[in-house]
Write a protein that binds this ligand. Structure first.
Ligand SMILES: *[C@@H]1O[C@H](CO)[C@@H](O)[C@H](O)[C@H]1NC(C)=O
Ligand SMILES: *[C@@H]1O[C@H](CO)[C@@H](O)[C@H](O)[C@H]1NC(C)=O
Ligand SMILES: *[C@@H]1O[C@H](CO)[C@@H](O)[C@H](O)[C@H]1NC(C)=O
Ligand SMILES: *[C@@H]1O[C@H](CO)[C@@H](O)[C@H](O)[C@H]1NC(C)=O
Ligand SMILES: *[C@@H]1O[C@H](CO)[C@@H](O)[C@H](O)[C@H]1NC(C)=O
Ligand SMILES: *[C@@H]1O[C@H](CO)[C@@H](O)[C@H](O)[C@H]1NC(C)=O
Ligand SMILES: *[C@@H]1O[C@H](CO)[C@@H](O)[C@H](O)[C@H]1NC(C)=O
Length: 524
């Protein structure tokens, strides 16, 4: 096959030759920015590292991967350092190792352990110098020994010093507060006490004080709708001083322990309806913030395809990359201001595994099949002035096809369109790979369009070159990112970017999106 990708010109002729009546879908596209379009921050895309594992990501491989995505953005990427372990860490100034696992769970893969940190841990914050970071001020769970504010300030002081004031994008006041076993009033008073101490410790003045990330409400709470939600803590005064900058929740598409089949990958992950069905509580939080606390930016600060013991071939295959594309693009249209994709060496949903410390569930160092979604999403956001995005209505609201348009905020015209064909296909499935033919009804303003593809010859099952064979390569516009070949710098096997140019005819641009593929159409 698939001369398709190797002979783009031929493919383009095929596409161009297909007539409108034969298209599976006709999409009506406004070429002028519609009123409903939503601004997308230039730093929308983000990665995140679990606090106690930050030092594992301090290698050239991880830094190259971060820069491969960050260099496509017009503002510095904001990395998140935080998570469950971030509420349990303790500083030991005479420890030589960066981290030391104290248990009580199996050491040293779990984020639920207590870790002691030596001074060299904090050197980690000097890495990724092209980025900014948010980090977490620990709020220890109930019944922890010692004076917790002293322990928390040890972390804040050392992290802030290593990072430098101009690279601090935010400081989270704890994480997943229902986990601590305090009542709400006690939690809020601890959080505000910490806010006060941090302001004094770092000497923050005036507008500098508005630096705090509030909530970090867990996925499970959003799903249950229990009273540890973002709106609950806001109503109870977590932002009463007005020093909040971000209001944060966490999101995993799937939360469970089984070993899902490819059919479940289709039903649960690669499914626009299933992704959309998770958004009503998020929409509610965003509306509350816009109506009542509009100094706060709503972010999803910890996210992943699946949390639990699902294997890498489910959580981080190319199928998960297509989930990631749809999830990020949908979230932008709903007013989410940043999504941070969380990683830990043991976590199977990670975009890459930085080293060989993950235990039996992961292998490292490797880049996972999900990774190429990151440069795709960053390129959809764009590297120029901030854009505005809308979801395009697909007739019949299919589960397995979605479309999004990005407009130039100043010129107020369409620049890009993304199409995501979530229909699952992989080698060994049986039937030949199908496709969706889509006719884009753009009117007179568009003359030609350039198409770039997020592609894997092995479809949804592709693991990426490091874990798979040559058919498992995952490319975005012909480029791929690996440990084996390029140490995360990215390389283009054919030596040139792969794209096709098609002409508009009678106000229509015709495109074909194979099953399990996503494309960006750039309007010229
Ligand atoms: C910015 O985006 C444009 C259009 O996609 C591209 O040509 C250019 O190379 C990008 N710049 C960087 C620094 O990536
Ligand atoms: C701190 O680290 C030193 C050196 O490893 C060790 O001897 C000491 O017991 C540690 N202290 C605590 C309180 O963990
Ligand atoms: C903990 O230490 C702080 C000084 O950072 C002090 O203000 C506070 O009273 C101490 N708390 C307890 C319970 O000792
Ligand atoms: C992952 O691999 C296991 C073992 O080969 C297999 O049983 C399972 O179906 C695969 N999962 C997916 C989603 O391909
Ligand atoms: C997609 O998800 C929805 C909602 O969970 C479900 O009803 C539907 O059957 C799924 N579609 C496919 C093709 O699996
Ligand atoms: C799309 O699928 C149809 C059959 O459903 C096939 O005839 C056509 O060749 C395919 N087009 C491309 C470009 O793969
Ligand atoms: C997969 O990538 C490797 C490394 O760039 C390259 O040698 C190989 O030809 C690619 N395979 C296919 C099928 O394109």
């Amino acid at each position: 096959m698939h001369s398709k990708i190797l002979l783009p010109a031929f493919y383009a002729v095929l596409v161009y030759g297909s007539s409108n009546q034969n298209s599976d879908y006709t999409l009506h596209i406004n070429t002028k920015t519609p009123d409903s379009a939503v601004s997308v921050p230039a730093d929308f895309f983000s990665f995140g590292f679990e606090t106690a594992f930050l030092n594992h990501f301090c290698n050239d491989f991880s830094q190259n991967l971060v820069n491969s995505v960050g260099s496509r953005m017009s503002k510095p990427m904001i990395l998140r350092v935080g998570g469950t372990s971030g509420d349990l860490v303790r500083f030991n100034k005479s420890q030589t190792e960066p981290t030391h696992c104290e248990g009580p769970f199996q050491c040293s893969h779990s984020s639920k352990n207590t870790y002691t940190l030596g001074p060299s841990y904090f050197d980690s914050f000097k890495w990724f110098s092209k980025t900014q970071m948010t980090f977490q001020a620990p709020i220890y769970p109930k019944a922890q020994p010692g004076n917790w504010t002293i322990a928390s300030m040890d972390y804040v002081r050392n992290a802030a010093k290593a990072l430098g004031q101009d690279r601090i994008a935010g400081i989270a006041l704890g994480n997943e507060p229902d986990y601590y076993k305090y009542d709400m009033k006690d939690y809020i008073s601890r959080a505000l006490g910490l806010e006060d101490k941090i302001i004094k410790e770092l000497g923050l003045e005036g507008a500098e004080k508005s630096i705090f990330e509030l909530g970090d409400i867990p996925n499970s709470v959003i799903k249950k709708g229990s009273n540890w939600g973002l709106t609950d803590i806001l109503k109870d005064g977590i932002n009463k001083n007005g020093f909040g900058k971000y209001a944060a929740q966490h999101f995993y598409q799937i939360d469970g322990q089984d070993d899902p089949s490819p059919d479940q990958r289709q039903a649960l992950l690669m499914n626009h309806t299933a992704i959309t069905s998770r958004f009503p509580p998020i929409d509610k939080s965003i509306k509350y913030i816009n109506d009542n606390e509009n100094n706060l930016a709503y972010i999803l600060s910890e996210t992943g395809s699946a949390i639990g013991a699902q294997p890498v071939n489910f959580s981080a295959s190319f199928g998960a990359a297509l989930w990631a594309v749809d999830f990020h693009l949908l979230a932008m249209t709903r007013g989410v201001k940043r999504i941070s994709n969380t990683m830990r060496p043991e976590a199977t949903h990670s975009y890459w595994i930085p080293d060989n410390s993950g235990g039996s569930k992961t292998k490292g160092p490797v880049v996972h099949g999900i990774f190429a979604s990151a440069p795709f999403i960053a390129d959809f956001v764009g590297n120029g002035s901030v854009g505005k995005v809308v979801e395009i209505d697909v007739p019949g609201k299919p589960d397995l096809l979605s479309a999004y348009a990005m407009y130039n905020q100043e010129a107020k015209v369409i620049e890009r369109l993304a199409l995501v064909n979530l229909k699952e296909w992989y080698q060994g499935l049986g039937p030949k790979r199908g496709n969706a033919t889509v006719s884009l009804d753009v009117g007179d303003g568009v003359h030609t369009a350039t198409i770039r593809r997020l592609h894997a010859q092995n479809g949804a099952a592709a693991m990426g070159l490091d874990l798979g064979d040559a058919d498992d390569n995952v490319t975005w516009a012909g480029e791929q990112w690996t440990y084996t070949v390029d140490r995360g710098l990215g390389h283009i096997p054919t030596g040139h970017v792969i794209q096709e140019t098609v002409k508009a005819e009678n106000g229509q641009v015709a495109v074909v999106v194979p099953d399990s593929e996503a494309i960006i159409v750039i309007f010229n």
